[in-house]
Design a binder for this molecule. Sequence first.
Ligand SMILES: Nc1ncnc2c1ncn2[C@@H]1O[C@H](COP(=O)(O)OS(=O)(=O)O)[C@@H](OP(=O)(O)O)[C@H]1O
Ligand SMILES: Nc1ncnc2c1ncn2[C@@H]1O[C@H](COP(=O)(O)OP(=O)(O)O)[C@@H](O)[C@H]1O
Length: 266
Amino acid sequence: MIINYSLRIDFVRAKSTKVGFANFPLSCRQNVTSAWSKFLSAKWKEASLKTSTEINSNEGSVCNKSMNIVWHKCSVEKIDRQELLQQRGCVIWITGLSGSGKSTLACALTRALHSRGKLTYVLDGDNIRHGLNSDLTFKPQDRAENIRRIGEVAKVFSDAGVICIASVISPYRKDRDACRSILPDGDFIEVFMDMPLHVCEARDPKGLYKLARAGKIEGFTGVDDPYEAPLNSEIVIQMEGEVCSSPEVMAEKVVCYLDAKGYLQA
Ligand SMILES: Nc1ncnc2c1ncn2[C@@H]1O[C@H](COP(=O)(O)OS(=O)(=O)O)[C@@H](OP(=O)(O)O)[C@H]1O
Ligand SMILES: Nc1ncnc2c1ncn2[C@@H]1O[C@H](COP(=O)(O)OP(=O)(O)O)[C@@H](O)[C@H]1O
């Protein structure tokens, strides 16, 4: 993006330098400007290639390919919507292994908040992959893009004043941190489902661990694909010895956090 932009400036400068060539013979001027154009167009191509490589890498999408865009502000803003809803928009980001209980917690939490009159919306990895993200695989760069898109959608919901609950494996720390970085301070609340792999594998409600162990699914998180545990989550859900709290008790822990931080009022 920066490279593209500076090239655009160079291009404008190059065009204006043509005026300075006015005293040279026409053929000489044409040669210089055409060499300049070739040089710039080669550089432009190089920059574009670099940009798409960056987007397709595991870095996540750090560049914006859209140029000449200006943010349009409206007179009704987040603060007005929050006032209407009597709550503060935020993102509850539930991360953990498959089978760790992310969807179960997301459902219990949306139910608990709904019954307190709070507007929520759940973005579940499995569900989003049925539509918006149906073009993505489980390769690292596609997981990164999956998380980037869900992070952006969650940001829109929180800007709408909604308490958005994202339940996604999101195995890479960098991708989760990127989602945190696009939200106002405090509005990204990470919940780590810190369940041991053997517990998740014993649950295996969809039979996916079994398939992964049999080599029928490649790159399954926790089996032959990494999961980078969060280092500083706002909330950690763990077992107490061999016992797992009920989904309602887990949800209550998150509700208490939201209440204490003032998200349940405008
Ligand atoms: N290879 C591989 N690894 C992990 N999970 C897999 C895989 N293939 C399919 N599934 C199913 O996809 C669900 C995870 O989707 P996510 O979008 O949350 O994954 S990710 O955040 O992009 O890693 C996940 O759902 P949950 O079990 O609810 O986590 C699985 O059912
Ligand atoms: N707190 C819990 N106690 C006992 N079983 C649970 C709990 N949370 C989830 N489960 C069970 O574990 C399995 C996986 O839960 P799920 O929410 O689908 O996990 P994930 O979304 O992380 O894959 C399901 O069969 C679910 O009923």
